[in-house]
Design a binder for this molecule. Structure first.
Ligand code: HEC
Length: 123
């Protein structure tokens, strides 16, 4: 009996994992080598400045700032809006005195996150 329950649960877990890992992210997006390098640099900066302490990506992170997963494609936010915050900070968002090339990298990273977050977006 225990074995039967184990097999049922294990099969369900495998099935669930396959769905999550194949449908959760889009894998047919292609980036050039330069874009990929830029995205990786942006990701590193995102970690270095600990942006996650205030912002969520894919639902994980702090709640002081707005979630950033879909900020890039959000018609009320988008690239120019995000750049303004990265350049000057906000009322509560700190000004990190980022160089323009670092802002470019962070934007590339956030654009990438937005593009890959297919199931996260509300239809
Ligand atoms: C101390 C908390 C904090 C940290 C750390 C922080 N932010 Fe913010 N951020 C905020 C808050 C709060 C806002 C909303 C505007 C405001 O109140 O200043 C914001 C706004 C933004 C926005 C505008 C998007 C929107 O929906 O309003 C972007 C983009 C952004 N932050 C990116 C970043 C990035 C990238 C980093 C890391 C380099 C970062 N933030 C670090 C708190 C933070």
């Amino acid at each position: 009996m225990k074995l039967a329950i184990f097999i049922v649960l294990f099969t369900a877990y495998i099935g669930y994992s396959v769905v999550v890992y194949t449908k959760g992210t889009k894998s047919d997006i292609n980036f050039s080598k330069t874009e990929q390098a830029q995205i990786n640099r942006g990701k590193l900066l995102f970690q270095q400045y600990n942006c996650t302490s205030c912002h969520q990506l894919y639902g994980l992170g702090g709640y002081l700032g707005p979630e950033l997963t879909t900020a890039y494609s959000d018609k009320n936010r988008g690239e120019t809006y995000m750049r303004a915050f990265l350049k000057n900070g906000g009322n509560r968002m700190p000004d990190f005195h980022l160089q323009d090339k670092d802002i470019d990298a962070l934007i590339s990273f956030l654009k990438y996150v937005d593009e890959t977050a297919v199931t996260y977006k509300k239809k």
